[in-house]
Design a protein around this ligand. Structure first.
Ligand code: FE2
Length: 397
């Protein structure tokens, strides 16, 4: 593994400079109900909505927030809405990873100039308090990247402080679940990375797409020898925005004796690329995973045998590179079933949820970095063995 990316400073004049992950938009079958799933299980605040009660007659939308994470759950209200067809084809999942930029129209124009294809043209929503301009380009499969620029009380700082997402949204009236979550925080802070599954032999195409269209750089590189198990494997490359704000690993299925998890995803996703997982960052993995487990989050089960070998590997790696040892309690890590990995820069703690919907497609990762900027390569084998056990239980191996 080699790090080939160096952070490129960006100037305000650069239209492709990303300020933040503005929000991640999901198409879901029932936003009103899905909001409670994510609020109860993961501690998100059900903050804002735009639905029939607020005058939105085409789609129902709920904005969920936690730390600097904003999930926008969106449901079409008519069968003729293209989102309804996507729901039929893919089930619930991520439609849009939206980025805050200085000027959405300028970013969109630059992306098109770079070879990108428009998903939708620039549009501005405004009222007496300010405006929000969005414009979208198509990335892999069914996914788009929206560029979002904001003014007045809709600006980025206001949004981060709990301001409204855009004109038409209203705060959700008092909900007991929001009180419960405020008293019992899960500690999720922001989107660390967002992983896409693409078709076989198309990984390099999408790597080049992120280089050319989004002006991203390659961050880390794995080959299939790193990430293979006896039965299945994948190939993965990580793309990062110029300022390393967002990292977007791209997976493709690789040759294996049995069906890979990437292949399973594609088969349940109408053979169409899409987002496989969102990694949500915490500063305290023990607290977050414990809180999520208490709420009933279904995590991948890590075999006990994993902990028989992991500490020797981690300690040796950290020692070899002069890094400080793992400060978290080993027994607590094992009790909570958390994965650990180390590299030349430090270590990380991570854990993966089971699919968030009936189809084995999108899941979350909880990640805590202690210096390490990688993605848990040493855990891929353990992860895939666990995933395959679950695939076998679903009869999909
Ligand atoms: Fe990940």
């Amino acid at each position: 593994m080699t790090t080939v990316n160096t952070s490129t400073p960006r100037t305000a004049a650069d239209p492709m400079a990303l300020v933040d992950v503005d929000h991640v938009r999901f198409f879901v079958g029932n936003a009103k109900q899905a909001a409670f799933f994510y609020a109860y299980n993961f501690g998100f605040t059900i903050a804002q909505r735009a639905d029939l009660t607020t005058g939105s007659r085409d789609r129902s939308r709920y904005l969920l927030t936690q730390g600097n994470i904003r999930l926008l759950l969106e449901t079409p209200l008519s069968k003729d809405d293209p989102a309804a067809e996507e729901l039929r084809n893919y089930g619930d999942g991520v439609k849009d990873i939206a980025f805050t930029v200085d000027d959405a129209e300028a970013a969109w124009k630059q992306a098109i100039k770079n070879g990108g294809e428009s998903a939708y043209e620039p549009r501005t929503m405004s009222d007496e308090h300010g405006s929000v301009t969005t414009a979208g380009i198509k990335t892999y499969g069914r996914v788009v990247h929206s560029f979002v620029s904001r003014t007045g009380s809709y600006d980025h700082k206001s949004l981060r402080n709990g301001g409204l997402l855009e004109p038409g949204f209203e705060p959700v009236p008092h909900l007991a679940i929001n009180d419960l979550n405020e008293k019992n925080p899960c500690g999720l802070m922001y989107v660390d990375h967002c992983v896409g599954n693409v078709e076989e032999n198309r990984m390099n195409h999408w790597v080049e797409w992120y280089e050319n269209v989004m002006e991203f750089k390659m961050f880390k590189h794995f080959d299939d020898h790193d990430i293979s198990t006896e039965h299945s494997s994948l190939m993965s490359k990580v793309m990062a925005s110029g300022n390393n704000l967002i990292k977007m690993p791209i997976n493709e299925p690789a040759e294996g004796l049995r069906k890979s998890q990437i292949q399973e995803y594609l088969e349940w996703h109408d053979m169409t690329p899409g987002v496989q997982h969102l990694a949500l960052r915490t500063n305290d993995a023990l607290h977050s995973v414990n809180a999520l487990r208490e709420r009933g989050v279904d995590f991948l089960q890590i075999p006990d045998v994993y902990y028989e070998t992991v500490w020797k590997r981690i300690e040796q790696t950290l020692l070899d590179h002069g890094q400080t040892p793992v400060k978290e309690d080993y027994d607590r890590i094992k009790d909570l079933g958390i994965l650990v990995d180390a590299d030349d820069e430090g270590y990380l703690l991570q854990l993966f949820t089971m699919p968030l919907q009936d189809r084995p497609t999108l899941f979350f990762e909880i990640i805590c970095r202690r210096g390490s900027q990688s993605f848990g390569k040493g855990n891929f084998k353990a992860l895939f063995e666990s995933l395959e056990l679950e695939q076998e239980r679903r009869g999909n191996l």
